[in-house]
Design a protein. Structure first.
Length: 133
């Protein structure tokens, strides 16, 4: 199970348990709605979204890598250290740059949560614009 290398997003979807797949699909919808343009690419076996640089990723816990240990699905912000996070919405751990938000159940993402996610994604988009050449 550890050494699976996905060739496409469909392979990725087919691998996921149903509960994770539902979360992934929902989070992908929010990401795609908030980023005016993006490139979607599998890296480290998970989908990353970029424009000038990597903006965010969606990492289900069934996709193991390094010492990443979590349950549920993480929405990660690649330049999280550059985002305004006065309410400590994002999980920082000991990381200096990449910050995340983890969901274990779809019902955790209520209307208020979606608004927060959208706000952070819009901020991440604005940060990415700073990397424009």
């Amino acid at each position: 199970m550890q050494n699976v290398q996905f060739r496409s997003l469909n392979d990725f979807y087919d691998f996921l348990p149903q509960k994770e797949l539902e979360l992934v699909e929902y989070l992908m919808g929010v990401v795609k709605e908030c980023l005016p343009q993006y490139k979607e690419k599998l890296s480290y076996n998970v989908p990353y979204y970029s424009n000038h640089k990597r903006i965010c990723f969606i990492w289900p816990s069934s996709i193991k890598w390094g010492n990443v240990k979590s349950d549920g699905v993480m929405l990660g912000f690649c330049q999280g250290n550059l985002l305004e996070d006065a309410i400590n919405f994002l999980e920082k751990g000991k990381r200096k740059q990449v910050y995340t938000k983890t969901y274990t159940h779809l019902d955790q993402i209520n209307e208020e949560e979606v608004l927060l996610l959208k706000s952070y994604l819009e901020d991440a988009w604005a940060v990415d614009k700073n990397f424009e050449k």
